[in-house]
Design a protein around this ligand. Structure first.
Ligand SMILES: [Zn+2]
Length: 450
């Protein structure tokens, strides 16, 4: 059946039962529309609209509800369909995501996942309370908030917060929770809400038309809000501020409420307990123990580097002695499987520095690709960087460096061939220069002969 967009919207606009009663967990409804939203691997995803729903769609910083829609077929078979997510679109339609189709006109019984919903209600009402106390105590306005699956945050427009200020806000919020103040709901006309906004009784108003839903925490806060809330502050169950970080617009405060605060504290305690066991210290001594470890690690790293430098110097001297000078060149070629790349590079540079007319072509084979390093002593004048770059370019690879030290990476199977060809180029270059030099010397001698 083809419908005009207006007819379709009228059909899919559902009565939102949670607006009046956030504690409603089951309800009866009729499927008003269904649409297929994705298909693949023998399964389809569907969205169904209901004439009325207690499922909260993800909006206003609060995650959606999940749950079940149950239907009975004409033959009497019971069908339970999981609602995996719920969303609303810009027309205010609420769509329930399911993996089994439910035809329009089907009568269903909806059941929301209460544990999840109540947790969201605690975090959400806790956010109203925390924002109100930050505003009252520190004149810090909440500019946005996010209720996540595990943590919740509010962003405040303010400068850095002192630890004692944070603790005071947390204590005051928990005092209001302990006082169990009523959290009430009332609907007012938009004109009245606009008058409240003008007089400062309301801080913000949603842009949409129609009646405005006001949520009030007695003697504490008043907000225009479409979310789900607990009935009294006592049901928030407790509020824990877990951390603060600087963000571009101000400060982000992480908090948890109710049973989630208990679960988070338990997880934190487990993490702490693992760390204290690993370091064999009490919880109070953990920060000092970690600082000591960091300091020791820094000292050890410095000492290790000093020893590597010293080792490389001895190692280089031994390598240079092993290879005699031939045709004006001491060409040392080695490769290691058990030395890291940084050490091999250091060793190449130290070997080239041991004496004149010396070149090192070293390979670190600890991983594939192999790292190839070429280094030369300062008296030689060919360009290591250019030589290696040209050789690698021929293989379709990249690498290079300075005239006296260059490095590149090459697949392990190509490394021996590359090193041989580098050695050959270097011998030719150095050999040709030596010939030119001796020719120049001879010419000079001849010119001096009278
Ligand atoms: Zn709210």
């Amino acid at each position: 059946m083809l419908r005009t967009p207006a007819e379709r919207q009228k059909l899919t606009m559902s009565e939102r039962l949670y607006y009046q009663n956030s504690f409603l967990t089951t309800f009866a409804a009729t499927v008003s529309d269904i649409r297929e939203v994705a298909r693949g691997e023998g399964e389809s995803l569907w969205q169904v609209a209901l004439d009325r729903t207690a499922f909260y769609p993800e909006s206003g910083g609060q995650p959606c509800d999940t749950g079940v829609l149950s239907a009975t077929s004409r033959g009497g078979a019971e069908l339970d369909v999981a609602v995996e997510s719920v969303e609303e679109n810009e027309h205010g339609e609420v769509w329930h995501l399911v993996r089994k189709p439910l035809a329009a006109g089907t009568h269903v019984e909806g059941q929301i996942d209460w544990e999840r919903r109540f947790d969201h209600m605690q975090q959400h009402t806790g956010q109203h309370l925390l924002s109100a106390v930050f505003l009252r105590e520190l004149q810090a306005q909440t500019v946005s908030f996010h209720l996540g699956e595990s943590i919740s945050t509010i962003d405040l427009a303010c400068g850095p917060l002192a630890q004692h200020s944070l603790e005071r806000v947390e204590r005051l919020a928990n005092e209001i929770i302990a006082e169990d103040r009523p959290v009430t709901l009332r609907q007012i006309e938009r004109a009245e809400a606009e008058a409240m906004l003008a007089s400062g009784e309301l801080r913000k108003l949603p842009e949409r038309n129609g009646k405005i839903r006001l949520i009030e925490i007695a003697d504490c806060d008043r907000n225009a809000c479409g979310g789900t809330h607990v009935r009294s502050t006592g049901q928030i169950g407790g509020l824990l501020v877990r951390g603060v970080e600087k963000v571009s617009r101000g400060v982000r405060v992480e908090f948890v409420c109710g049973l989630r605060a208990v679960k988070t504290a338990r997880a934190d305690a487990a993490t702490l307990s693992k760390a204290t066991a690993a370091l064999s210290v009490g919880a109070a001594d953990l920060p000092a123990a970690v600082e000591r470890l960091i300091s020791e690690a820094k000292t050890n790293a410095k000492e290790r580097q000093r020893l590597r430098e010293e080792l490389a110097a001895y190692h280089a001297a031994r390598l240079a002695v092993e290879v005699p000078i031939a045709n004006g060149l001491r060409l040392v070629m080695r490769s290691w499987k058990d030395r890291d790349r940084d050490y091999v590079k250091l060793l190449a540079s130290r070997t080239a520095a041991t004496s004149a007319e010396t070149v090192a072509i070293f390979c670190a084979e600890e991983a594939d690709p192999t790292r190839v390093v070429v280094a030369r002593s300062m008296d030689l004048d060919f360009d290591c960087g250019r030589l290696l770059r040209e050789a690698l370019t021929e293989l379709g690879l990249r690498g290079g460096g300075s005239p006296d030290l260059a490095q590149g990476e090459v697949p392990a199977r190509l490394a021996p061939g590359l090193c041989t060809s580098l050695a050959e180029s270097i011998r030719q270059t150095v050999g040709a220069r030596a010939t030119q030099a001796s020719q120049r010397d001879e010419d000079a001698i001849r010119r001096r002969i009278p």
